[in-house]
Design a protein around this ligand. Structure first.
Ligand code: MN
Length: 479
């Protein structure tokens, strides 16, 4: 199971009794955290840091343990921070600085110097905070009494983000084809994204995938076809077209398993050997947590996989989407977001229908796809762009809404949303920031999850929402 190591800090100046109490309080705290985090990670206590050697040993243990997704540190007493330098230099896991105390209230009637020396996070955590800042170590701070719901909620968010970062560090992306010709924003520096996020984005010949697809047996295709029928409503007589997609999914699954892939891209400009653009095959794979990017967009394939991982266990929908078209009625502006086919079923408000329609682009046979109306609720839209010197995350708060009227002639799944603070500022900010037309939309995650991911991966973040003003457009988006 994924775990977080809990590393307390102190020193030997206060005597053995004090250190015994530190260890005892930490055991109690870790027991409490384990109860509160057990659905996400286990929390394991490491020996109290009292000198540099203990810190190095703890940080090495965390860095070299594949099951460890992150580290929580807390300075129970004062812990001179020079003893943390060499250990922190070897720490390669996301770090949460828990700024808390074993006691909630001050015992005003009984407080003496011993109590104050034992419980001095206000002192020790600032010393420790300095060294993190001085060394430029990416980290998150959670401040408050550790049993407080708000603090626990922040630690839980950290655990989810840390788990997603561990997933990201191990993520392999299969590129079937390259970036769609002439498109800029979906391209990116694959060397830099491997350094920063761990993504191994490697090219595979479409022919190798076709070989895998052609190896699908009738029994395997039947089983996948039956799976579609049990999950979705069959709304077409063209079962051959659906079986063709079932064959693609069987082949893709084999490939994904063989190569240990967690995300993939395709492009309708390179479908040699395939009769259809993969539609329901891709949609169904996304519902199993596999990241996908159309038109060769490797960044969004990876980002969607990482964010789906981050949202695991949370209420709500998370997945890839494309900004498509607007209703520009003044004051009631809405966006219709969709794609040629590949909209994740996570966004379905009703049971998706399997439909077959022509695709007016790419010159292939009519592909089977899932069609549905979208979920509603508060959400975020996130994208990642390559600015040449660095990656930039953009996170906009949105409100997903019910489509105001039926769209019986639109043969693809869709969601609709309202921009914040309004259409004018929200979409202008996105344009100024260089935001892509491919993004991840989530009703499960929030801006603070994205901010945590950005901080812990050292990524620039631009946020857009109710707190964005016309003045911000001038301040933040003008060089
Ligand atoms: Mn697209």
């Amino acid at each position: 199971m994924d775990k977080l190591y809990f590393i307390p800090g102190s020193q030997d100046l206060y005597g053995d009794d004090c250190l015994k109490q530190v260890a005892e309080d930490c055991r109690e705290m870790v027991e409490f955290l384990n109860e509160k985090l057990k659905d996400i990670v286990a929390v394991e206590l490491l020996p109290t840091v009292v000198d540099s050697a203990a810190c190095i040993a703890n940080c090495r243990k965390a860095s070299n343990d594949d099951e460890c997704v992150g580290v929580i540190t807390w300075m129970h007493t004062f812990s001179p921070a020079k003893m943390w330098i060499k250990g922190l230099q070897e720490l390669r896991k996301p770090l949460l600085h828990l700024h808390t105390q074993a006691n909630e209230k001050l015992p005003y009637a009984d407080i003496d110097m011993d109590f104050m020396n034992l419980n001095q996070a206000a002192h020790g955590d600032r010393e420790y905070g300095f060294i993190l800042a001085r060394m430029g170590i990416a980290h998150e701070v959670a401040a408050g009494y550790y049993k407080n719901e708000r603090v626990i909620s922040k630690i839980r968010d950290f655990a989810r983000v840390a788990r997603a970062i561990a997933f990201s560090r191990n993520l392999r992306i299969a590129l079937f084809g390259n970036n769609m010709r002439d498109v800029a924003v979906t391209d990116g520096d694959r060397v830099e994204s491997q350094i920063r996020y761990g993504w191994e984005a490697n090219y595979y010949a479409i022919g190798d995938l076709v070989k895998c697809i052609d190896s699908a047996t009738d029994a395997e295709i039947d089983a996948q076809f039956e799976a579609y029928k049990s999950k979705y409503t069959m709304a077409t007589d063209n079962t051959e077209a659906v079986r063709e997609q079932a064959k693609y999914e069987v082949g893709l699954k084999k490939f994904i398993e063989k190569k240990g892939v967690g995300a993939f891209i395709d492009t309708f400009q390179d479908l040699y050997g395939l009769k259809q653009l993969p539609g329901i095959a891709v949609q169904d794979l996304m519902s199993e947590g596999i990241g996908f990017g159309p038109e060769g967009d490797y960044k969004i394939s990876a980002l969607s996989a990482v964010f789906m991982k981050m949202a695991e266990g949370k209420e709500g929908a998370t997945g890839f989407i494309e900004d498509y078209t607007y209703d520009l009625t003044e004051g009631e502006e809405l966006e219709l977001a969709s794609h040629m086919l590949e909209v994740p079923p996570a966004f379905a408000a009703t049971k998706p229908e399997i439909q077959v329609h022509p695709l007016d682009i790419g010159g292939k046979e009519d592909p089977a796809r899932l069609v549905f109306d979208g979920v509603t609720g508060e959400g975020i839209q996130v994208t990642l762009v390559d600015m040449g010197t660095h990656f930039r995350l953009i996170c906009a708060d949105i409100e997903l809404v019910k489509q105001p009227e039926p769209m019986p002639k639109l043969p693809v799944a869709r969601i609709m949303y309202r921009h914040k603070p309004n259409f004018e500022i929200g979409t202008a900010a996105w344009c100024y920031a260089g935001g892509a037309h491919h993004s991840v939309v989530s009703t499960a995650l929030t801006r603070s999850d994205v901010a945590m991911f950005a901080r812990l991966t050292g990524t620039e973040l631009i946020t857009i929402g109710d707190d964005t003003t016309e003045a911000d457009l001038q301040k933040f988006f003008t060089k």
